[in-house]
Ligand binder design. Structure first.
Ligand code: ADP
Length: 460
């Protein structure tokens, strides 16, 4: 504390000034006593010893006083509550510190060579050594290098976002003045997840507006035709109105799916709390879909739906899962085909995909959602199988992405929003369950979901 306020200082100064005076007083009084005794010829050996004792105690008082007046620096700081000045860490002290950091970190010396880089920083910059490398060899991102040199010169902290060699990985570099003048400490923060979430949001908005604009453009086009060139041609109006109706229905479906998706995403982090018998829900939903299936001559078969399976779930959401999967199976089946809804239980969550998702010989498979629930808990599964044309293997892993449609790339004409499977995936995520698909072209497709089950109802 060389420049701050020191509360002990005034007292220390005044006591210091008093010391020579105290010493003089004691010495003089000792000398006076001895002189008087000598003059009065009464000074004997005892008086001389007393006089000498007065002199010695004066010197002692001076010595002791000077000791208490200069306490050690730490004691002073402790007394005043002032902060101790930082003890600079040596390079050898910094190395284990940098290496133990759970994020990439490195220090560059004033000679612009690497002092120390931890293993994570070596990975990010693909360094061959953790020390001694020239900064220009270690950092290949020109913007980052320029910022780094500026910090070394000015000591002012800076931060800069960059992507390393691994495309798609982005980092925020925080640069500070290092332990020695001209050295720089850099720590890296992984911003990949944030950037990906931003990108996903932007893509979602772009896709949603594109999907909504298509039917809207069609409707607006027909309105213009009916008001202009076809104004008098009333016979053609029925055809136009039918297309406008279809397009408005498409918009309605899209808006409904978008709303469902955002509602489910909003509640995804709150676990469901209602206990229900999944068997009742699956067979009920299957039966309710029969009239729709019958319109295209498709039969819905319910398989193994006679045993109760208890789960903690949101009934509306689980109904939507069955509706979306069975609805797709109906939609993508040829007329006269069959769609089978089966259920079953597995000893553990880990065994469930083998039980419900490996039944078509020679099929390709993809896990669309890995369950969050423990692999050891008992499971229940639902499988929806059709005998449609199947899905080429390369598309399987991308099913469940919002707006991903296989038909679009096939140039097919089956109506859809590309959101149905994304909704299923989010619902199953909320229920800590799994989701997979198996498909063989020319044979058919099966989607399966599984989730934790209870042996008996929790409460009667
Ligand atoms: P959509 O509204 O387009 O059906 P989904 O998200 O439900 O959207 O499905 C995404 C895509 O997956 C569909 O466009 C379709 O190409 C494919 N798909 C889904 N289910 C089946 C199925 N049972 N058989 C064949 N293809 C399917």
């Amino acid at each position: 504390m060389s420049d701050g306020h020191d509360p002990l200082r005034p007292e220390q100064e005044s006591r210091k000034n008093r010391r020579p005076r105290d010493f003089m007083v004691l010495t003089l009084s000792g000398v006076v006593v001895l002189g008087l005794m000598t003059l009065s010829t009464s000074a004997g050996a005892v008086e001389w010893v007393l006089g000498a004792a007065v002199l010695i105690s004066g010197a002692l008082a001076y010595y002791v006083g000077s000791q208490t007046l200069t306490p050690p620096r730490e004691t002073l700081n402790d007394l005043t509550g002032a902060q101790r000045p930082p003890t600079p860490l040596s390079d050898s002290g910094l190395t284990p510190l940098i290496q133990s950091l759970p994020f990439p970190a490195l220090i560059i010396n004033p000679d612009q060579r690497l002092s120390i880089a931890n293993a994570r920083a070596m990975d990010v910059f693909r360094l061959s050594r953790d020390t001694g490398l020239l900064i220009t060899a270690a950092i290949r991102q020109p913007d980052l290098l320029t910022a780094f040199i500026r910090v070394a010169k000015t000591g002012a902290r800076e931060q800069l976002e960059f992507s390393a060699y691994d495309e798609g990985q982005s980092w925020m570099a925080h640069m500070h003045a290092g332990p020695k003048a001209g050295s720089v400490l850099m720590i890296l923060e992984d911003t990949t997840a944030v950037r990906r979430a931003e990108q996903a949001r932007a893509d979602f908005l772009a896709n949603a507006s594109h999907e909504l604009r298509t039917p809207l453009t069609a409707i607006a086009g027909f309105i213009e035709t009916m008001r202009g060139p076809a104004r008098e041609d009333k016979d053609s109006w029925d055809g136009f109105l039918e297309i406008m109706f279809q397009q408005s229905e498409r918009m309605k479906r899209l808006v409904a799916d978008l709303l469902s998706l955002s509602r489910i995403e909003f509640s995804e982090h709150r676990s469901p709390s209602t206990q229900l018998d999944l068997t009742v829900l699956v067979s009920g939903t299957g039966l309710s879909l029969q009239p729709i299936a019958a319109e295209t001559g498709i039969r819905i078969l319910l398989n193994q739906t006679d045993t109760s399976h208890f789960v903690v779930a949101d009934a509306d959401e689980m109904q939507q899962v069955v509706q979306n999967l069975a609805g797709n199976a109906i939609k993508y089946s040829p007329s006269g085909g069959t769609v089978t809804l089966s259920m079953g239980q597995s000893r553990t969550m880990a065994e469930a995909p083998g039980d419900c998702g490996r039944q078509i010989e020679g099929a390709s498979r993809a896990t669309l959602l890995v369950p969050r629930a423990s692999a050891e808990v008992p499971a229940v599964w639902i499988r929806v199988e059709d005998h449609g044309e199947g899905i080429p293997a390369r598309h399987l892993p991308r099913l469940g992405e919002r707006f991903y449609r296989v038909d679009e790339s096939r140039g097919g004409s089956i109506e859809g929003t590309g959101l149905g499977l994304a909704i299923v995936k989010h619902i199953m995520a909320r229920h800590r369950g799994g989701f997979m698909v198996e498909s063989l072209e020319g044979t058919g497709t099966a989607f399966a979901v599984w989730m934790p089950r209870f042996q008996v109802p929790l409460t009667q």
